[in-house]
Design a protein around this ligand. Structure first.
Ligand SMILES: Cc1cc2nc3c(=O)[nH]c(=O)nc-3n(C[C@H](O)[C@H](O)[C@H](O)COP(=O)(O)OP(=O)(O)OC[C@H]3O[C@@H](n4cnc5c(N)ncnc54)[C@H](O)[C@@H]3O)c2cc1C
Length: 359
């Protein structure tokens, strides 16, 4: 497949050392022919290589499309910024946009809003040029502008990082799943949990959304449906859109078992029914979300040996359940990293993705 690439030459010793640190953190992705002076990593969105040239280091990223290339630049720049507080020493040359609207950003407009269960609201959004959001990740981040002000959207910095609007223009950013998408028709659906809480920008947006409301979206990301002969899906209401997508796309040759926690039987939504799909609904019955511990309990009652040889466990839920599920899957069942993806979709008492975690 054709590759796009971009490179940056680094003379600053601190930036070079940050890149070496990135290499060390991703040791498992090193290519066999790597040396101290020339190395290459193959990461999820593309490759990253470095060549020492005297006192300088030439860093090159390559990927199959502009979105992935941008993500690769962000991986490098984000790591440098995390170590040094800034990535301003990086200047990319080659393919991809520098400055202006990020290639992975779209403005989307509410078309309709309807409840699909007592605690779940489905919003349909119109958007242009949605093709890239139909593959390469089921999730994206919604960008919610402050109400009553014209939206100011992010732009790309020359270092490869997003420059976010600040002050009164600051955006609220929340991760959501693309429940359904029709590229030709120019629309996508997002199912929002209408959860309780004091200050809940995304849930409140979904509750009050009107046709014509404009928000932003960046993505896609966060992985695709697990590919295995036996898939165990574990999640609360927030993971229900992703679980529904995985079940809809499940090949006939695979089988899936889903453990889903919602408040009550009224919160069930229609899911695909087939001989190779089993769904168990677990009910909190008025207990606060994230406190009932139903998912880890149900997981412990499963025998992973009985679930089949080629088992993949996928889970999305509140942080406490996430930690317990990860423990069961990794320590008690001994599943290797490439056989599970366990993600905290939210954390009690914490806003947005602060405190959320993966794997
Ligand atoms: C990859 C990914 C995909 C996701 N997909 C979806 C999706 O498709 N649909 C969906 O509804 N959510 C989804 N989520 C979860 C969603 O991002 C969080 O629930 C988010 O915190 C909601 O933002 P908010 O502005 O409403 O509340 P926040 O401002 O983030 O939080 C305010 C308060 O509400 C609490 N809170 C947040 N979520 C919940 C909840 N579900 N139940 C009870 N209390 C809560 C917080 O702990 C906090 O105390 C996803 C998360 C991830 C990481």
């Amino acid at each position: 497949m054709d590759q796009l690439s971009a490179q940056t030459r680094i003379s600053d010793a601190a930036v070079r050392s940050a890149i070496e640190h990135l290499r060390a953190e991703h040791g498992e992705y090193e290519m066999p022919a790597n040396t101290a002076d020339q190395w290459e990593l193959h990461l999820y969105y593309g490759s990253l290589s470095a060549t020492l040239d005297g006192d300088a280091m030439l860093v090159r990223v390559a990927a199959t499309d502009e979105t992935c290339l941008s993500y690769m630049k962000m991986t490098v720049a984000g790591h440098v910024a995390q170590r040094l507080g800034t990535a301003s020493g990086l200047r990319w040359q080659g393919d991809g946009r520098d400055g202006g609207t990020p290639v992975f950003f779209r403005e989307i407009t509410v078309v309709s809003s309807a409840p699909i269960s007592p605690h779940m609201q489905r919003l349909r959004f119109h958007g242009d040029d949605l093709g890239r959001f139909a593959h390469g990740g089921m999730h994206m981040r919604l960008l919610l502008p402050p109400s009553g002000r014209p939206a100011a959207w992010p732009v790309m910095g020359a270092d490869g990082l997003i420059v976010w609007p600040g002050g009164d223009d600051a955006l609220v950013v929340r991760a959501y799943t693309i429940r359904a998408i029709d590229v030709e028709g120019g629309w996508l659906d997002v199912d929002f949990v209408l959860h309780p809480g004091q200050d809940t920008p995304a849930a409140a947006f979904a509750q009050n959304a009107r046709a014509g409301d404009v928000i932003g979206m960046i993505g896609p990301g966060g992985g695709e449906a697990p590919k295995a002969r036996s898939v165990l899906l574990v999640g609360d209401d927030t993971a229900l859109p992703a679980i529904a997508r995985v079940l809809e796309d499940l090949p006939r040759s695979a089988r899936a078992q889903a453990l889903i926690e919602v408040d009550s039987p009224d919160d069930r939504i229609a899911l695909p029914q087939a001989a190779n799909i089993g769904v168990s609904w677990l009910y909190r019955q008025g207990r606060e979300a994230g406190t009932a511990g139903l998912l880890p309990k149900a997981l412990r009652e499963q025998s992973h040996m009985a679930l089949g040889e080629d088992l993949y466990v996928w889970a999305g839920c509140e942080f406490a359940d996430f930690r317990e599920i990860r423990k069961i899957v990794r320590k008690e069942w001994g599943l290797p990293r490439d056989r599970h993806m366990v993600t905290a979709y939210w954390r009690r008492g914490v806003q947005g993705e602060n405190g959320a975690g993966e794997e």
